[in-house]
Design a protein around this ligand. Structure first.
Ligand SMILES: Cc1ncc(COP(=O)(O)O)c(C=O)c1O
Length: 425
């Protein structure tokens, strides 16, 4: 069995910086529950949670840490974003008012499903799906603007970096288009909700510069923390348009039956995943220390070498790996290190299996919870071809040697398959 190289960072990053593990272990032996007592261990835990909020706020360009709210993962943050905005709009506009949400074909199921669940419940809610360029996965910001219905559209949801094609959308331009339809904090403005699951920790994100109202994040991917923690960053003022979707104990104002309205408690009922938040804090500290520019430069160097070795042509056909096609943009500046391939004859599962068993390259095969993106790329199941592709995704601890190894593995598997097919044929 060859030694393994981890190319599944889009699922969850691995390894984590040692400081993440050290901080989590220390917490389990020393600290109490944050905001649930005035004793020293509780105060210390509260301080550590606050420090994580501060670090995340710095990373996304916010000045108020209380506008970073914690939940379980990106899906949880997106559910709060979608359902909280919808609930506030219904409360203010009434049950009969027509409401409208814009999403894109590049969305993950963690947007598609909550939006679909609302639409199934509410006949006065409609949804527009904005398509993307099938070759690159890029969305034209003007298409978003055309989809907006002034007075009805409450929310535009955009996946910043695709977990299928690696495509990075032009958030500055999309944000500008949404902002033309009124400030997000006023009740008739259009709010922009960004899914940053594959972008935060890989590319620069600034909520104020890009006019982002709500930004959902995972703790366990590019931010290098553990699973079970993530959340939502809220542009100050937008909380007026974001109702709670869960209520409960907050450790304060215990005498009142209504849930507190101050942030972050408003959106954080129940005890935190304190150990996870403390680990995440060290992951974010690792990123801030290096700087996102340096982290991106490393990823760019890896992407350049990978693309060079496979030599895809304009349609993604890889010169050195016969039968293999790369999805998404070839321009490095338009992508992150998420590469999905399809093969003319080998199924994604066969390709993934060969990569692991012969070369120790760990990948992810299938539809990647993004059925519309695969439909757009023409890689949904059809005839006897199984659905999706095989995905290799990069992280900051991969080296040029790892990337060379993975490219060589793909070229060897595809060349050997071609030779075997020629002999058999
Ligand atoms: C683009 C995108 N959005 C959302 C998610 C869901 O993330 P989480 O597992 O943190 O809920 C993922 C997970 O892979 C993703 O790639």
């Amino acid at each position: 069995m060859p030694s393994t190289r981890y190319f599944d960072n889009a699922a969850t990053s691995f390894p984590k910086p040692p400081a993440v593990l050290e901080a989590m272990t220390r917490y389990m032996t020393e600290c109490g529950a944050p905001s649930r007592g005035a004793h020293a261990p509780a105060r210390s835990a509260a301080g550590l949670v606050r420090r994580c909020r501060q670090r995340l706020a710095t990373l996304v360009g916010l000045t108020s840490p209380e506008h970073v709210v914690f939940g379980y993962n990106t899906s949880d943050g997106l559910n709060l974003g979608v359902k909280g905005v919808y609930a506030a709009a219904r409360r203010v506009r009434g049950q009969a008012a027509p409401l409208h949400i814009v999403i894109t074909a590049m969305e993950h199921n963690s947007i598609l499903r909550p939006v679909n669940a609302l639409r199934e419940l509410d006949p006065n809610l409609s949804v527009t799906i904005v398509s993307a360029d099938p070759a690159t996965g890029l969305i034209d910001p003007a298409d978003i603007a055309r989809a907006i219905r002034p007075g009805q559209t409450v929310l535009v949801c955009v996946n910043h970096a695709s977990n299928v094609t690696g495509t990075v959308q032009d958030l500055d331009a999309i944000g500008r288009e949404c902002a033309r339809f009124g400030a997000g904090s006023s009740h008739d403005g259009v709010l922009l909700l960004v899914d940053a699951a594959q972008s935060l920790g890989h590319v620069d994100v600034n909520m104020l510069r890009s006019h982002i109202d709500l930004l959902a994040f995972p703790g366990h991917k590019g931010l290098l923390g553990p699973t079970g923690v993530g959340g939502l960053c809220i542009r100050p003022g937008v909380e007026r348009r974001l109702d709670t979707i869960r209520e409960g104990g907050t450790g304060n104002l215990s005498e009142q039956l209504s849930h507190p309205s101050a942030l972050p408690e408003k959106y954080e009922p129940g005890s935190h995943n304190t150990m996870g938040i403390i680990g995440l804090s060290e992951g974010v500290a690792w990123l801030l220390e290096r700087g996102i520019v340096e982290v991106r430069q490393h990823e760019v160097a890896l992407m350049q070498r990978f693309i060079e070795r496979l030599a895809p042509d304009i349609s993604g056909r890889c010169e050195h790996a016969p039968g293999l096609r790369l999805l998404g943009p070839l321009e490095i500046e338009r992508r992150v290190g998420v590469f999905t391939f399809v093969h003319d004859e080998l199924s994604p599962q066969e390709l993934a299996m060969a990569l692991e068993s012969s070369f120790g390259v760990l990948t992810r095969a299938g539809l990647h919870c993004a059925p519309l993106a695969h439909e757009l790329m023409g890689t949904s199941a059809s005839g006897d071809r199984s659905a999706g592709g095989v995905r290799l995704s990069f992280g900051p601890f991969l080296t040029v040697d790892d990337v060379e190894h993975a490219a060589r593995a793909l070229c060897t598997i595809c060349s050997e398959h071609r030779s075997a097919a020629a002999i058999a044929g």
